[in-house]
Design a protein around this ligand. Structure first.
Ligand SMILES: *Cc1c(COP(=O)(O)O)cnc(C)c1O
Length: 465
């Protein structure tokens, strides 16, 4: 496996042409420049400005269908649940709901979003290491497909809540399979030292305990080994351990109906080889073909990542002794992945003229007062003048959802392209919306809360009723 800490050599970076060639939904036109599906990106930038997220609906549908085709090819009873946290926009959720995908949610907000987008409760799985009491109550009341319990403590909590409500919740145990997915430290979740899941050695005993608890019915097992997984070996290892546990549990008389295999399938940000959905399907078939279980998968990044990009404009180009800095109007508050995970994203100009310019190295940075606000180092790019526009590629997943208002920067606009049509699906946030919910206490305020409008200031975690 490649040493994930070794710095990437800019000499090996794919060129703008190579990046476009590897992405069938992007094309370069002699007049229109870079085109997503059927829409020239310059048209969007010109109409609504930058920074702007752009998602391709036809691209998402095509990815969804190729994933479902691969899964169907396994002959297993397999169902895909879109991991809402990758991109939780209602337009994205409704698109996947219309394709028949369920949803994997990790908070009350995501559960409500998924329901608002039309995902039926019986196709919603609830994951997460710290589900709040109100979130669990809602999940139980809505009778969602299953709740993945991540600890003995949480299992007791779900049992107590559900039995008090007179319900029986379907619960799967999320086990930590202790495999190293070979991914970035901050997105690994399946090693023993990670905070997620029930230690593998404790899982069988806890499953037996779950079977005795009121208010819950254990239906199966779950695992999620991490994100941006670039090889199949860790999947094979994790699925093998799940299958082994299914055998153990059944041998001791327990029913195991489902195995939830999580998400994590990586995408080729840097045109690197990554497994295709057929590879994941093969690993599923290999582990579960003779088990008669319902298999769930929860892809997020793979479905939306390559379908989105972030449009940004050059504010200025700053030349120092050794480095050309291209300063963009998008920053780490918009797209945090390079700062947080050392992520590599393709960056290409969108105008027809810039797309054929001679390539010279540049550091591409944002305007934020942090050195980590750097999108790329020594990236080969053409000369870019102020106001030139670039597309930061593969930004559909863990992009807009992770943005923040740091440096009092409003949320960027979002656009959905569908073939040759495009729609603004979120208006750029107005600057005064940034402080609209803020209150300045006055000298006469005595009790906490009196300065706020009591009608609008709901506590974050309501006291248990
Ligand atoms: C984040 C997450 C996913 C999705 O991961 P991707 O890498 O986006 O596919 C799936 N399941 C669980 C439990 C997660 O936490």
């Amino acid at each position: 496996m490649a040493d994930r800490s070794a710095p990437l050599d800019p000499a090996d970076d794919p060129s703008p042409d190579e990046l476009i060639a590897a992405r069938p939904f992007l094309s370069r036109h002699a007049m229109d420049g870079l085109v997503l599906e059927g829409v020239p990106l310059a048209r969007i930038a010109h109409a609504i400005g930058t920074p702007t997220w752009v998602y391709g609906a036809a691209t998402m549908r095509a990815r969804c269908r190729s994933l479902l085709d691969a899964l169907r090819g396994t002959g297993l009873d397999v169902h895909a649940h879109y991991a809402v946290k990758a991109n939780d926009h209602l337009a994205v959720l409704s698109l996947f709901a219309a394709e028949g995908l369920g949803a994997d949610v990790v908070s009350e907000g995501e559960l409500r979003r998924a329901r608002a987008a039309g995902v039926p409760a019986e196709q919603i799985v609830f994951s997460g290491v710290g589900k709040s009491v109100p979130a669990l109550r809602l999940a139980i009341a809505e009778d969602i497909e299953q709740i993945n319990a991540e600890s003995a403590e949480e299992l007791e909590m779900i049992s107590a809540l559900a039995s008090a409500m007179g319900h029986t919740a379907r619960v799967a145990l999320r086990v930590n399979p202790d495999v190293d997915a070979g991914t970035h430290e901050k997105i690994s979740t399946g090693r023993a030292q990670d905070k997620f899941g029930i230690p593998y050695a404790d899982a069988a005993a806890l499953y037996a305990r779950a079977a005795t608890l009121p208010g819950i019915r254990p239906v199966g097992l779950a695992a999620h080994i991490g994100s941006q997984v670039e090889t199949l070996a860790p999947y094979r290892a994790a699925f093998g351990r799940l299958a082994e546990l299914v055998h153990t549990l059944r041998a001791t008389g327990h029913a195991v109906e489902t195995v939830d295999c999580g998400g994590g399938l990586g995408i080729p940000y840097r045109n690197q080889p990554v497994p295709r959905p057929e590879g994941l399907a093969g690993a599923l078939r290999g582990a579960f073909h003779n088990l008669d279980v319902r298999v769930l998968v929860e892809p997020g990044r793979w479905l939306v990542g390559p379908a989105g990009l972030l449009l940004a404009s050059v504010i200025l180009v700053k030349q120092t002794e050794g480095t050309r800095f291209v300063v963009l109007d998008a920053g780490m508050n918009d797209l945090v992945r390079p700062a947080m995970y050392d992520a590599w994203h393709g960056i290409i100009p969108i105008s027809a003229v810039d797309l054929v310019g001679p390539l010279e190295p540049a550091d591409v940075v944002g305007p934020i007062c942090e050195s980590s606000d750097t999108f790329a180092r020594q990236r080969r790019l053409p000369p870019l003048a102020p106001n030139a526009c670039v597309a930061i590629l593969d930004a559909g997943a863990y992009g807009a959802v992770m943005s923040s208002p740091y440096n009092a920067r409003p949320r960027a606009a979002e656009v959905m392209v569908d073939g040759d049509r495009w729609t603004v699906i979120r208006a750029r946030q107005a600057l005064d919306a940034l402080w609209a919910d803020e209150r300045v206490p006055t000298a006469t305020d005595t009790d906490p809360g009196t300065a706020a409008d009591p009608g609008t200031a709901a506590p974050r975690t309501p006291a248990p009723a």
